[in-house]
Design a protein around this ligand. Structure first.
Ligand code: C2E
Ligand code: CA
Ligand code: CA
Length: 754
């Protein structure tokens, strides 16, 4: 150690101090705490370092003469940079005790510590130095100005770096907090607004700026020009929102944003910053923020980190936005979906224009058979074509696909008339160069008639649609309170019927005799179901059967009737009435069940009835299953020995060729035609049906025969069998048994005296 050394150092330091004289005045001094029980050491140290500046800042000394005093000082002041600490004071390890408290209790992790001992022998062990983060270790005879200066400079530099790290750690924490904010903000726009406020917050300025996004429109080809659009703006830039970037009236800002977006980098201006970030999906964003000053390097670094972070947020936001879009959008037909319609309806119902708006629900008739026959691909194309045409015909309406083949239109009520909607479907749709005519059923509700929210609106429209469908294809209906009441009554009836079927004491079966005209003898019975309410009132089957069919409750009800019928005929056979048959009505809904034959077989097995005594009455509506299907089913039924009759013949839409292929045992002429056989009526249909059935090798049974005149005409026409009030009403089994004993033999003779 020489004086020359010391001078050299001073020269350096004085030069640098002079060079930035103004700065020195502005910066606060470093605070250095001297801890030593020897007053001389305090004096020597302050003297050695008098008037010194380190890293452009002066030094302020604090003094403590015991360990306790040192800790008191450290507790009171959290910006002490360096402690020059005597190891041996009150106790041989007093210094180390202080360090333990400083690091573990006071948690002053940035404080730099320089240990000083009287003799080298008093030096603490190496591991104490490293575990307590001690900066330096000196003996007291090294207290020269030069040595002190070097030691202190190193310690202060280290302290300064630690403080900066702290600051940037704080900045990072702010960024993380800011990013967390985004997660709760739905949608890209509020995300972008958040970006502006958070950057401004990090810079400590008021939010003035805009965010621009570049995206390739999703439905145009890859090479399409990118759109640069302002997606969020704050402060004085607010009016730029949603504008094209190259249209905004601030060329420097537009240029800065464009540069960032095309060169993929952030830019640092003298009083602004343009940050660039990019989401994983390749969407690019640039945010321009007024910073009111140039941004320091450390802050630039922070903002870059922030950009990485918000890029991650952007990923999530985009993902969520895409999911949201999916939640509201039907990609197949490129229309809003049911949820979107509900949301739109909710708004419309709360809006001032509500009374002038209407909702139409359009159902494509027989769409499922189109799908079955032509395939799903064809069906999809058809749906897309319908969507397109609806958009073209109702450009000012909100159009959605609310279910598979059901569309909804929300708009001015005067434009949503059934006539206007039917016009959309007047011309056939051309799919794969094939013309496809379509018919639709339409339900309309005026929003003024809707009590409640969007889902009530849709429900009302569906009630009207259901009404329309009940009168056949291509029909329409408006929602009304009366229709709604009826619908409610129907659903009440359904649940009552459900209960009745479960409890089993309100439902029972009756049996109506059938006679052969040729032999004049009783052949069997038709089974008919009855529903008597607890108050004794009867609900007619024509009321509850269709409701049961609509809900498929008919499946259970039908099986229950079948088992009843088999039990009854079993009972009759065992009680002296061998040879009689029993007919059971089977709904098309039952035939459609995949396990129909299994259920039938099981019922026969369980009852032990010979299948040849059972007849199933199906109606022409079974044709809806498809000819091959019905024909196959009829073959399967008949192969078991069970007879098949076509009920209500002539009221449906079956064609002659259909009848030809079906090969059933019996045709039942509907009562409506039998009625017309009375004197004065023409009875033409019956006249045709009888020879037709005979020609096809079937028996013909006339039902609902009420008069002798009808009976006479039927006999003359060659009709095989009859059933009707003229002969007998449907009766419960006990009454029927009595009737078999007293009346069965001669009712026919009494009905047609020779
Ligand atoms: P349907 O199969 O055509 O049954 C004949 C209907 O005509 C029965 O009415 C019967 O009581 C009635 N009828 C019989 N003779 C005469 C007559 O001389 N004059 C008049 N005016 N009517 C007569 P019901 O019992 O009210 O049944 C009505 C319809 O309900 C049945 O028509 C059938 O389609 C359905 N149905 C009844 N029971 C069942 C059942 O167990 N299953 C199914 N799927 N449908 C049933
Ligand atoms: Ca019948
Ligand atoms: Ca009938």
């Amino acid at each position: 150690m020489t004086d020359t050394d010391d001078r050299l150092v001073f020269l350096d330091e004085e030069e640098s101090a002079a060079g930035s004289g103004q700065t020195i005045a502005m910066l606060p001094p470093w605070r250095v705490l001297i801890v030593d029980d020897d007053a001389d050491v305090h004096e020597t140290t302050t003297f050695a370092l008098r008037d010194i500046t380190i890293l452009n800042r002066p030094i302020e000394f604090l003094h403590a003469y015991s360990g306790a005093e040192a800790l008191e000082k450290l507790r009171a002041d959290d910006d002490i940079a360096v402690m020059l600490l005597d190891v041996v004071m009150e106790t041989p390890d007093a210094g180390l005790q202080i360090i333990r408290v400083v690091r573990t209790e006071l948690k002053l992790v940035n404080l730099r510590i320089v240990l000083r001992t009287g003799q080298p022998g008093q030096a603490p062990e190496m591991d104490a130095i490293s575990s307590f983060d001690i900066n330096d270790y000196k003996t007291k005879n090294e207290l020269t100005r030069n040595k002190l200066f070097t030691t202190l400079t190193a310690a202060l530099r280290s302290y300064d770096q630690l403080k900066r790290l702290d600051a940037s750690r704080l900045g990072l924490e702010k960024i993380i907090a800011a990013s967390n904010e985004f997660i709760t903000k739905p949608g890209l726009k509020s995300f972008a607004e958040g970006v502006i406020t958070q950057i401004a917050g990090l810079l400590g300025v008021t939010p003035e700026g805009l965010v621009c996004a570049s995206r390739i429109p999703s439905d145009s080809p890859e090479h399409a020009a990118e759109q640069l659009k302002v997606i969020a703006a704050a402060g004085k830039y607010c009016h730029f929102i949603d504008q094209d970037l190259n249209r905004i009236s601030a060329p420097e800002i537009s240029a800065a944003l464009t540069t960032s977006l095309t060169e993929h980098r952030s830019q640092w201006g003298s009083n602004n910053v343009t940050l660039y970030f990019e989401s994983r999906e390749g969407h690019k964003y640039a945010a321009f923020i007024d910073s009111s000053k140039a941004i320091a390097a450390v802050d630039q670094h922070l903002l870059e980190v922030f950009c990485t972070n918000i890029a991650l947020c952007a990923n999530n936001i985009e993902l969520v936005s895409a999911l949201r879009e999916q939640a509201f959008f039907d990609r197949l037909v490129r229309l809003p979906n049911r949820v979107a319609m509900l949301r739109e309806l909710d708004n419309a119902l709360g809006g001032p224009d509500c009374g002038h708006q209407g909702l139409a629900i359009i159902d494509v008739d027989q769409f499922s058979s189109i799908n079955d026959i032509f395939g799903h691909h064809y069906g999809d194309s058809l749906l897309r074509a319908i969507a397109e045409r609806l958009r073209a015909f109702f450009p000012h309406c909100f159009i959605a696909r609310v279910a598979g083949d059901v569309f909804g239109i929300l708009g001015r009520r005067e434009s949503l008339t059934p006539e206007a909607i039917h016009r959309v479907f007047a011309a056939p749709f051309s799919i794969d160069r094939v013309e496809h005519p379509l018919s639709t059923s339409i339900g309309v509700v005026h929003l003024g008639d809707v009590q409640g929210d969007g889902s009530d609106g849709i429900q009302n429209a569906y009630i009207a649609l259901k009404r329309a469908k009940s009168s056949g294809m291509g029909q329409s209906a408006y929602y009304s309170e009366a229709i709604a009441n009826e619908t409610r009554a129907r659903s009440r009836m359904l649940s009552d019927l459900q209960r009745a079927l479960l409890s089993g004491d309100q439902l029972f079966t009756v049996f109506q005799p059938q006679y052969c005209l040729g032999s004049g003898s009783l052949t069997g019975f038709e089974t008919l179901v009855r529903w008597r309410l607890p108050d004794g009132q009867f609900v007619p089957p024509s009321d509850f059967i269709p409701i049961a069919e609509h809900s498929s409750l008919i499946v259970n009800l039908g099986e229950w009737v079948l088992r009843n019928a088999l039990e009854a005929i079993n009972h009759l056979h065992r009680n002296g009435h061998a040879g009689l048959t029993v007919a059971v009505n089977v709904s098309t809904v039952q035939l459609r069940q995949p396990n129909f034959l299994a259920v039938l077989d099981q019922a026969l097995t369980d009852s032990g009835v010979d299948p040849t005594y059972l007849e199933l009455e199906i109606t022409e509506s079974a044709a809806a299953l498809g000819l091959d299907q019905v024909a196959g089913l009829v073959r399967s039924i008949r192969s078991r020995g069970i007879a098949v009759a076509i009920d209500d013949f002539g009221t449906g839409f079956s064609s002659l060729s259909y009848l030809d292929r079906l090969a059933v045992d019996r045709l039942k002429i509907d009562r409506a035609f039998v009625c017309t056989l009375d004197d004065g009526s023409s009875g033409r249909v019956t006249e045709m049906i009888v020879p037709l059935g005979k020609h096809l090798g079937m028996k013909v049974l006339a039902e609902g025969v009420e008069t002798r005149a009808q009976l006479a005409r039927l006999r003359a026409l060659g009709c095989d069998e009859i059933q009707g009030y003229l002969i007998a009403r449907p009766m419960p089994l006990p009454e029927l048994e009595q009737w078999l004993l007293t009346d069965a033999d001669d009712v026919l003779k009494r009905a047609e005296p020779a």
